[in-house]
Structures are given as structure tokens and as C-alpha cells.
Design a protein around this ligand. Structure first.
Ligand code: ADP
Length: 312
């Protein structure tokens, strides 16, 4: 059980009407590591994370979180998993200090709310109603709520999007602290720098499939090249956005792609994906961006009870 990956995804497919958001994605994330899912907007990152959180059901494929089914075993997972969604889910009138105190009561060994507020630079806004907080402050409160129960596994969807540099650094520190305490963190980002700074493993996705997975050192190391096969004539402009500025993607012969990064690139180390990587990358063409609405409007209110949790 302890040997099972924190997250294991095999052949995940998820569509919204005619839009295929995730098109056969396979990846895994080891326990005790930070895994960054990196890709351009519309790559399917949020959808993948929401399936892992049990908010959406897969159309095909399997997803295991801490060895369990995120939908069927939702009750078992709830106290063990922390979730920070992009869209929050916090009542507009809630004041951070009160809100975190209420959240803390759901857990056996919560972090002291005052400590969390301080670490996230929210101490001065502790009495400000949520609706009057800045976007960055709201985001940090959502992060605090995700981790107050000392979860074994934390999902963070774009945790630093739109934050100012200081708030971004505070969030990075916090993620590093979570990792140091033994927690597993899965985060989505479209910032390569964030993935490099925080992650043990980086999973690059585009058009709903895995492009490659590796350590930051592999992905920015000496090799400098990544090859993958996909349907001929793919529009790779979306993938380029997620790569460093001077990156180049060439297709030759048809269907064989070569990505050249300025500082280097390589394969990955997630054992079950390694075998797939050479022959797969069935990159589908993505559909239009969605609006803000979610599939079913469900949002986290993730009260839990007790479970052995990491020390931090
Ligand atoms: P990312 O997080 O990488 O930006 P998403 O998972 O949000 O990617 O989106 C993947 C694709 O699915 C996009 O084409 C997006 O427009 C579409 N999509 C996402 N959520 C919905 C939804 N609730 N309804 C319809 N289409 C959606």
C-alpha cells in the first residue's frame, strides 16, 4: 500500500460535449514528492486534477489516488487529501481567521490557523471579509484551507497564478515546507520556472496527453532534446507557450516531432510511463476554451476527521 504511487493515471479520457479535454493521459506521481503538471492553457491540467479529486468521473481509463478510487472511495480520501481549486469555494462573507478556525475543527491535528495566516502573509487581513480581499489574498486563503488538516496529499491548481512576486515566493516556501514534512504535492502550472523550482517530477501535458515526464534536471539538463510521435501536421504553438522562449519544435518526417530547448530536455523517471513514452503521444487537437462554469458546480468543503498525517 505504501508502495503504491500517490497518483496513478492510466489512459484517462474526459470530454465535455465535443471537446476532448483529456485524451488518453497516463502519468504517475510518487509519494513524498512534488509533481508539477505543466502545460499551456487548455492542455487538460485542471480537468485531470479534478478527476483525481473526485469532482469529475473519467469517461475512460483509471485513476487511483493513494491506491483508492477518487469517486467510490471519496469518504476515505477526504481526510487525507487537501484540495485547492482555482475557483475557491469560500463563502464571500467569511473572514480568514474565523474561516480557518472552522475548517480546523474538522481535523484531528490541524495546523494553528494563526500560524498559517502569518506564513501566508494574511495576518493583517485576518478580519477582512473574503469578498473584500484581493485576488492574491483569496488565493492564499484557499491554499491555507487546503492544507490546514495536514493532508498526506495536496492538489494545488495553479497556486500562484496572478500572485505578485512576494506572494509567489511565500507560496513556494510553503510548498517546499509541505514536501519537507513528507507530504505529497501535485500542482498544475503553466510557469516552467515554478515547475523547475518546486518539483521533483515534471509532467508535461498538451492536448490532453502526456508529452514527457522527468526531473527538472532531466528536462533542463544537458541533452537539450525531446522526441515524440503524434499525428502529422500538429499545431504545436500551444506547447511552445509552455516551453522556454528560445525553444523550437520541428516535425520531420511527418508525425515525428523534435523539441529543442535552449537549456536541454530529457525523458522521465515515472516507471510506468517510461515504456509508453517512446511510442505514444497521440496528441489530439484541443477544442475551445471553456467559460468559468464547472461541470456540476461541486466545490470543496472538505471536512475530514483523522488520519496519520505528515509533520509540518
Ligand atoms: P488547463 O487546465 O490545462 O487549462 P482544462 O482542463 O481547463 O485545461 O481544459 C481542457 C479543455 O477542456 C479546454 O479545451 C477547455 O476549454 C475544455 N473544458 C474544460 N472545462 C470545461 C467545461 N466545464 N465545459 C466545457 N469545456 C471545458
Amino acid at each position: 500500500m505504501g508502495d503504491t504511487p500517490a497518483v496513478e493515471i492510466t489512459g484517462l479520457v474526459k470530454s465535455y460535449g465535443r471537446t476532448t479535454a483529456v485524451a488518453g493521459l497516463s502519468m504517475c506521481a510518487a509519494r513524498g514528492e512534488v509533481t508539477a503538471v505543466l502545460g499551456p492553457n487548455g492542455a487538460g491540467k485542471t480537468t485531470t486534477i479534478e478527476v483525481c479529486e473526485g469532482y469529475r468521473r473519467p469517461d475512460a481509463g483509471t485513476v487511483r489516488v493513494l491506491g483508492l478510487d477518487p469517486v467510490k472511495d471519496a469518504r476515505k480520501l477526504r481526510p487525507r487529501v487537501g484540495v485547492m481549486l482555482q475557483s475557491g469555494g469560500i463563502p464571500t462573507a467569511a473572514r480568514p481567521a474565523d474561516y480557518l478556525k472552522v475548517m480546523a475543527r474538522f481535523y484531528a491535528r490541524p495546523v494553528d490557523p494563526a500560524v498559517l495566516l502569518d506564513r501566508l502573509g494574511l495576518a493583517e487581513s485576518a478580519r477582512t471579509p473574503f469578498r473584500r480581499m484581493s485576488g492574491g489574498q483569496q488565493q492564499r486563503l484557499a491554499l491555507a484551507a487546503a492544507i490546514i488538516g495536514r493532508p498526506e496529499l495536496v492538489f494545488l491548481d495553479e497556486p500562484t497564478a496572478g500572485l505578485d512576486p512576494q506572494a509567489r515566493l511565500a507560496t513556494w516556501d510553503l510548498v517546499a515546507g509541505l514536501r519537507a514534512s513528507g507530504a505529497t504535492v501535485i500542482l498544475t502550472t503553466h510557469y516552467l520556472e515554478e515547475a523547475e523550482r518546486l518539483a521533483d517530477q515534471v509532467v508535461i501535458v498538451d492536448h490532453g496527453t502526456l508529452v514527457t515526464q522527468g526531473t527538472p534536471a532531466e528536462l533542463t539538463g544537458s541533452q537539450g532534446q525531446l522526441r515524440f510521435r503524434a499525428e502529422p501536421g500538429l499545431d504545436t504553438s500551444g506547447l511552445l507557450v509552455a516551453l522556454p522562449p528560445a525553444s523550437v519544435i520541428k516535425e520531420s518526417p511527418a508525425g515525428a516531432y523534435l523539441v529543442e530547448l535552449p537549456a536541454g530536455v530529457a525523458g522521465g523517471s515515472c516507471a510506468h510511463d517510461r515504456a509508453d513514452r517512446a511510442g505514444q503521444a497521440d496528441l489530439a487537437v484541443s477544442g475551445p476554451r471553456r467559460g468559468a462554469a464547472s461541470e456540476d458546480g461541486r466545490r470543496p468543503g472538505r471536512p475530514g476527521t483523522s488520519h496519520p498525517a505528515p509533520q509540518w
